[in-house]
Design a binder for this molecule. Sequence first.
Ligand code: LLP
Length: 434
Amino acid sequence: YGTSSANEKGHLTIGEVDTIELARQYGTPLYVYDVALIRERARGFKQTFERLGVTAQVAYASKAFSSIAMIQLIEEEGLSLDVVSGGELYTAIKAGFPAKRIHFHGNNKSAEEITMALDYGIGCFVVDNFHEMNLLQSLCERKQVKASILIRVTPGIEAHTHDYILTGQEDSKFGFDLHNGQAQEALNHALNNQSLHLMGLHCHIGSQIFETTGFIKAAEKMIQKLAEWHEEYQFTSEVLNLGGGFGIRYTKEDTPIAPSNYVEDIIGEVKRMMGEKGLNMPEIWIEPGRSLVGDAGTTLYTIGSTKEVPDIRTYLAVDGGMSDNIRPALYDARYEAVIANKPEAKRENTVSIAGKCCESGDMLIWDLPIAQASPGDILAVFCTGAYGYAMANNYNRIARPAVVFVENGNASLVIKRETNEDLLRLDVPLHKTV
Ligand code: LLP
């Protein structure tokens, strides 16, 4: 995975840093991000568009992993940013990210969040529903400002992925239905509104998608509508946002195509279809999250207790679990892992990796082929960079892990480990405390 390999001590290294040293220095569980790999992915997307001669904005979907350092890295690479809440927006602004390159998503943005975004002067609101459109309009009027918007549509595409991360189908909480007149009504509304500047359409069909067919079908449906709307309203879309969702390889069963191939395939078709309809090629926006950071993240855990269930399985428990990675419990997500202090040792056992939370479903990996492990060994779980730390929680009042960035042999702490004191920060006692 990425720049991981083994050093002369036989330890797993990431970004040329010894993971056992990292575990010693920062403690476990620890999230380790391979910065070179994130840069490579970011450049890969940008260069593909350049090679195709298509003007584009690659917006990192910061829900996958947001922190000040992460946003600064995205800024260094010249990408744009997708935020979905006041919290993500605030993080971006505090990181010094240029507001003009921020796109604001969400199916229930509050008046406070919209106000904050207008005050910062963000680049674009991706409007999800009529309530939001009215709210945005009235807030713009009050402030005497104009907001640029995209209309989010649901094109009625069923992508093949887990139900919880499907978003483009008709029966979805997101967006205006493209086919029953809703999207057209939204278009009309936006075009007749002095406070709103309609830049174009957005859709996102789902996440962890391995094929380009769904993206192309969604684009086809949107382009068909754009052609109709061009006729009827002389509306020209400046932007076509195709969302994120490009899949990555968590285990060898996963068969995604290379990130740049997704773009090449999809954009080739978009160009062709726009040409067929006699429409000008709009600026293309995409919003990758997982495919930018997913395989750049590795979680290090310390192995503790074991339990044998004779003839059935061996449970090996680590010092984290669903509190730092809820994806296995929530989506039945699969991961690969090795023992970081001997990644090349023969994987002659099969064990199931349990977390430490009081919940039977707190299992990280079932039936993992692994080398002989003992308490104190470090387990490295790969591909945890997207929706891992981002979905971490304090179940059982377990403190959230620390996060380090590694690159060219150097490590830097980018999120501190939570302390027990941090866990009490918001508590208001009934009585005087000790
Ligand atoms: N754009 C929109 C509008 C989205 O809703 C999402 C993800 C993305 C972009 C980025 O998708 P990506 O490239 O990361 O697939 N927690 C789930 C994933 C939820 C995705 C939600 N939306 C997981 O852990 O798999």
